[in-house]
Design a protein around this ligand. Structure first.
Ligand code: ZN
Length: 420
């Protein structure tokens, strides 16, 4: 499985967003999921039989469109002897465009995670649910359940829980005999319990320290033992700050792991957002400073700071729906320079004429502004942070600051009137 970088994740998300917005006039958009295990020749045969069945479609237009889409799929599959490791996903079909025209579109993906089942679907929309699931964040958490009798350790990846080990203790139960022997017994019990916690702490620490990408640890159990364990420094000191919280569960065996994750879900959701909340809060503190604040916002200002190499962290809202476009003449080689347009405006006709030949100006090329600014930032080794709209701070970044902001390396004099 390939781990997506933040940027790849963003690009993938945007592609899926675009694809999911497309509509066919009728059921004529084809989604094809090919797992690596499937022979391409089998897929080709399958498509040929679909094509012959399509000849029964009554509407001439729909029939033609479906057959054209299948032809297009067949010709694309010709490039592959075999599906790649994670399989192949193709979306092909005639989509309705702005002016009620139809246009043939084709998208081919090698998904970031393996596809397991073959799927052929002809519908009025493309089927992207399977790909969407692959976008879910895959944070890794350590799970630990403990009391005096049992200890279970597991790992949570995304929504998947894996058991790592289960162990039971030799700590004697508490049963009274009275007198001297009772106290001796109690003392022995306490020593045994201490050793049990120590041993489990070491085993769990070894597991957690060797789990790449571990962001937190959830500790659970039915009684007070979990608190005693968590506060008793039984985990390696590097792991202590990673303990998210303690949670009550009814069980300390494998069945308790799912229970633990359920109990912690609220805390986990909150945790995922903590990093971006903190970033935006830091930006806001800088912006509010009357003097020598190291922050700026607005596309023109941020571009200026990026070009000066003064940006430490570039904050971009995932809710930005803008393109950096190059405008030029439709007839001659006149270029009118770059502009930033709202996604909705990119396909609109421009009401401008070429100053050289009087022909219409058009959009020559476009690039998602998040990608374009990220590349600019990478040039000066600035960190790029994509901020979701899932927190109040994320909303503020988009609504109050236009979704483009920067924390600077040093205070910088930036002209207030700047065009993007
Ligand atoms: Zn011109």
């Amino acid at each position: 499985m390939t781990e997506l970088t933040t940027r790849q994740r963003y690009d993938f998300k945007r592609d899926l967003e675009e694809i999911s917005s497309l509509r066919g006039q009728h059921t004529e958009l084809i989604s094809l999921y090919v797992p690596a295990s499937k022979q391409i020749s089998d897929v080709t045969n399958y498509l040929r039989s679909e094509a012959s069945q399509a000849s029964n479609i009554k509407s001439t237009q729909t029939r033609k469109n479906v057959q054209a889409a299948i032809e297009s799929l067949l010709s694309r599959l010709r490039y592959h002897r075999q599906a790649p490791e994670n399989g192949l996903v193709l979306f092909v079909g005639s989509v309705v465009t702005g002016n009620n025209q139809q246009e043939m579109r084709a998208y081919v993906f090698e998904p970031p995670q393996p596809i397991t089942t073959f799927l052929y679907r002809c519908d009025s929309t493309f089927h992207i649910d399977l790909l969407k699931e692959m976008l879910a964040e895959k944070d890794v958490y350590g799970l630990l359940l403990i009391d005096r009798r049992e200890c279970t350790v597991g790992i949570l990846r995304g929504k998947k829980v894996d058991l790592v080990f289960y162990d039971t203790s030799q700590v004697p139960g508490k049963h009274g005999r009275g007198g001297q022997s009772q106290r001796r017994m109690e003392r022995r019990t306490e020593i045994a319990a201490e050793e049990w916690y120590k041993k489990m702490g070491e085993r769990a620490s070894e597991v957690f320290r060797n789990t790449p990408g571990l962001v937190g640890i959830l500790v659970g159990g039915p009684g007070p033992s979990k608190r005693y364990f968590a506060e008793g420094k039984f985990l390696h000191y590097e792991l202590e700050p990673k303990v998210v919280d303690l949670f009550d569960t009814g069980y300390t065996d494998e069945s308790g792991l799912k229970e633990l994750v359920g109990q912690a879900s609220g805390a986990l959701q909150h945790l995922g957002l903590v990093k971006e909340k903190k970033l935006v809060q830091r930006f806001l503190r800088e912006v509010q400073k009357a003097q020598s604040g190291v922050a700026t916002y607005g596309e023109g200002q941020v571009r200026y700071a990026l070009n000066a190499g003064a940006v430490e962290t570039l904050l971009l809202s995932e809710g930005l729906r803008r393109y950096r476009v190059q405008i030029g003449c439709s007839q001659c080689d006149y270029l009118a320079g770059d502009r930033t347009l709202k996604a909705a405006d990119v396909d609109n006709r421009l009401d401008e004429k070429c100053p050289r030949c009087g022909s219409r100006l058009v959009v020559k090329s476009k690039k998602d502004v998040v990608d374009e600014l990220s590349e600019l930032a990478e040039g000066s080794k600035a960190t790029v942070e994509l901020v979701s709209q899932d927190s109040e701070e994320g909303e503020t970044l988009l609504k109050a600051f236009g979704g483009i902001a920067a924390i600077l390396r040093y205070p910088l004099e930036i002209p207030t009137k700047l065009d993007a």
